[in-house]
Write a protein of this length. Structure first.
Length: 155
């Protein structure tokens, strides 16, 4: 698994997020990102919706990687949520989504944004890792998987 600890911290992991649909998910993610970044929820949600209009960020295999560029954001920001139940997301494989990685970047991030997006998508390509993320019992265990330190938290 890739090391995503540069853009993710343990306090930016929600192991049991309950939402009914994509709109509610974006509101919850926007609110969580706003609490950490100090930026307005409305702007974050607008950026996510704007990107989603270009095509679904539903990656497949139950994973979505909503992302956007946010004015005033000093550095890249990651947030992971495991949903309590899958939601419809218009993913590329038409499967509902239960694992979500939010990636926000400053507008001038350019290549760094694309590299981070590639790193996140590589991390979520492995089916065994997805199974471990779905079965992880705590935020610590999820962070260990996402930061490449799963041996520290092996059960």
């Amino acid at each position: 698994m890739s090391d995503l600890s540069e853009i993710l911290s343990i306090d930016r992991i929600d192991a049991r997020l309950t939402v009914a649909n994509k709109k509610a998910l974006f509101q919850q993610l926007g609110g969580a990102a706003a609490r950490t970044t100090g930026l307005p929820t409305k702007e974050i949600v607008a950026a996510l919706n704007e990107r989603e209009r270009l095509g679904s960020t539903g990656f497949g295999a139950g994973v979505a990687i909503p992302h956007g560029k946010i004015e005033g954001l000093p550095q890249m920001f990651g947030y992971f949520a495991r949903l309590t139940g899958p939601i419809e997301f218009q993913a590329v494989d038409n499967l509902p989504v239960d694992l979500v990685f939010l990636l926000l970047s400053p507008p001038n991030a350019g290549a760094d944004h694309l590299k981070a997006l590639a790193r996140v998508s590589r991390a979520f390509r492995d089916r065994a890792t997805l199974a471990k993320l779905r079965g992880a019992r705590s935020r610590d265990a999820i962070f260990a998987l996402l930061s490449g330190n799963e041996t520290l938290h092996a059960a």
